[in-house]
Write a protein that binds this ligand. Structure first.
Ligand code: ATP
Ligand code: MG
Length: 502
């Protein structure tokens, strides 16, 4: 993109609509973005943000309306066409392939060949390094994606898209899986890109982040654009009001609960290479927060606790009974359940309906002498849909057709339906809007009110500190601190997460 072309309108959408069978997801949208700006899109789950951006990325050949990129009216009916018109998109879920090398991921579709058949590995290496350099990554392009961190994988994805010289870069919730430090690195890269005149369209639910990075912001509601504002014209309460259409109820601070006896006891748990000698307990009616940077071992421990991954030494006891190592079904039978941070990999059955997903974890409990009793299914399903505010056309809608935030709510509903004694929640509000966040927090409080135990893994510090009764902190796979309610603050947790003694 030429340096001189940094002012002016990069994108103009006029009267754009997109309908999925029954749902009008984007409704006569007029939208403009400038060259060299970070333009944030916000709105409740299901507002139509991802759909609007997918239109730009050429995902649909049946949208209505006109799109002008630069000076030219374009028809974005295929991903290839969108790329050709300068649109690059980073999706809500990463699309780089894990088992293959960074170089192959970067150059997919345009690998350098000599004489038409001989793969030029030297050129591949050189071109990959140049691309990685653009995003400030200094890693070996022959490594596979599986060998690098989530954050690095994301930068590889950005590098890949930069390889086709986009003038518009779309990012759909790119930071939801990143630590604070990684978010800062990503923002630094984004600022460089925008200084080169690239338009960045950025979807986020995270208000502090939005105020840090946005130049302008557009709010969507029910498929329509509510307002576009310069970031200096708005405040967080104004944004929330525009998104939700009313002011949010303040989260009620529940009276101090009675916390009971220890239910879950973990002793000297060690998984070589992952975490070492971790001991802690959690009580009936307690929310135990687990803090740590990405890579500190939070998810690894959770997975080992509930039998999804092995461990080498130590014990896990639930109500006095020792759980079998690496047996997920044993953990579930005893009421220890895990809401995964990655709903796509081990959380949801994407091809099944909302109802089938919601009841999927209750099958074991409702099966007596080999017979499945389906008595309460309909009731459970409708209760959960209401309680969690799941927005869908019907209970039989396929989960893959839900917006990201609504998928997350279905996942939480599935584990609530299974009647857990101890529920491990791994990033439960990732990708959900402000309103759903309040709902999920209330649901978590209800769970412990009922005498259950919640282990809360969250990178969202206000959430972790606000909800937890007690927090344990992990650093490099070891326990680095523990704080009770009176000692808890965002600062103290942040320090301990970074290995400072508190
Ligand atoms: N493939 C699909 N088939 C049918 N309906 C869909 C499909 N994808 C999205 N929808 C519906 O279109 C509407 C807009 O969804 P979209 O994914 O654009 O929302 P979003 O604003 O990105 O939400 P989130 O913040 O939860 O990611 C929702 O009502 C959703 O259920
Ligand atoms: Mg979305």
């Amino acid at each position: 993109m030429p340096e001189s072309d940094t002012i002016g309108i990069a994108l103009k959408m006029h009267g754009v609509s997109k309908r999925y069978q029954g749902t009008l997801a984007v409704d006569r949208v007029d939208f403009e973005a400038y060259a060299g700006e970070v333009h944030v899109l916000m709105g409740e789950n299901g507002a139509g943000k991802s759909t609007l951006m997918k239109i730009l990325a050429g995902s649909f050949n049946d949208y209505i309306g006109s799109i002008v990129i630069g000076q030219k009216e374009v028809l974005l009916h295929s991903p290839a066409k969108a790329r050709e018109c300068g649109v690059g998109m980073i999706y809500q879920e990463l699309s780089v392939a894990r088992p293959i090398s960074i170089a192959e991921n970067l150059l997919v579709g345009r690998l350098p060949y000599r004489y038409g058949f001989w793969l030029d590995k030297k050129a591949m290496y050189r071109q990959s390094q140049q691309l990685l350099h653009k995003v400030g990554l200094d890693i070996d392009p022959w490594k596979t994606i599986g060998e690098i961190s989530q954050h690095e994988a994301q930068l590889v994805e950005i590098a890949r898209i930069l390889g086709v010289n986009p003038c518009i870069l779309v990012m759909d919730e790119p930071t939801s899986a990143l630590s604070r430090r990684e978010v800062q690195c990503l923002f630094a890269r984004m600022r460089q890109l925008k200084n080169r005149g690239i338009t960045i369209l950025y979807i986020s639910h995270h208000l502090p982040e939005v105020f840090e990075i946005a130049d302008r912001i557009t709010i969507m509601r029910d498929g329509r654009i509510v307002a576009t504002k310069s970031i200096h014209e708005v405040t967080p309460p104004m944004l929330v009001q525009m998104m939700v259409g009313k002011t949010l109820e303040k989260p009620v601070v529940s009276p101090t609960r009675k916390i009971g006896e220890p239910v879950l006891k973990v002793k000297h748990l060690t998984r070589n290479g992952f975490f070492s000698n971790v001991s802690f307990h959690a009580c009936k009616g307690e929310i135990l927060g687990i803090a740590g940077l990405t890579g500190a071992g939070r998810t690894d421990i959770a997975r080992s606790l509930c039998g999804l991954a092995p461990y080498d030494r130590g014990t896990v006891e639930l109500e006095g009974q020792r759980l079998r190592r690496q047996s997920y079904s044993d953990a579930i039978k005893h009421g220890l359940m895990y809401l995964s941070e990655d709903r796509k990999i081990d959380g949801l059955f994407l091809r099944l309906s909302i109802k089938q997903n919601l009841i999927s974890a209750t099958l074991q409990r409702n099966t007596h002498c080999g017979l499945y009793t389906a008595n309460h299914e309909a009731q459970i399903t409708s209760d959960l849909i209401e309680k969690l505010g799941i927005v869908a056309s019907s209970v039989s809608q396929e989960v893959s057709n839900l917006s990201g935030g609504n998928q997350q709510k279905v996942l939480l509903g599935k584990w609530i339906a299974a009647d857990p004694r101890v529920l491990i929640l791994d990033e439960p509000t990732r990708g959900v809007d402000v309103k759903a966040r309040v709902t999920i927090h209330r649901v978590v409080r209800d769970l412990v009110e009922e005498g259950r135990t919640v282990l809360l893994i969250s990178s969202d510090l206000p959430e972790l500190v606000g909800l937890s009764d007690r927090v344990i902190v992990l650093h490099n796979g070891r326990l680095a601190g523990e704080m009770n309610k009176t000692q808890l603050s965002e600062e103290s947790v942040l320090l301990a997460m970074n290995g400072e003694v508190v």
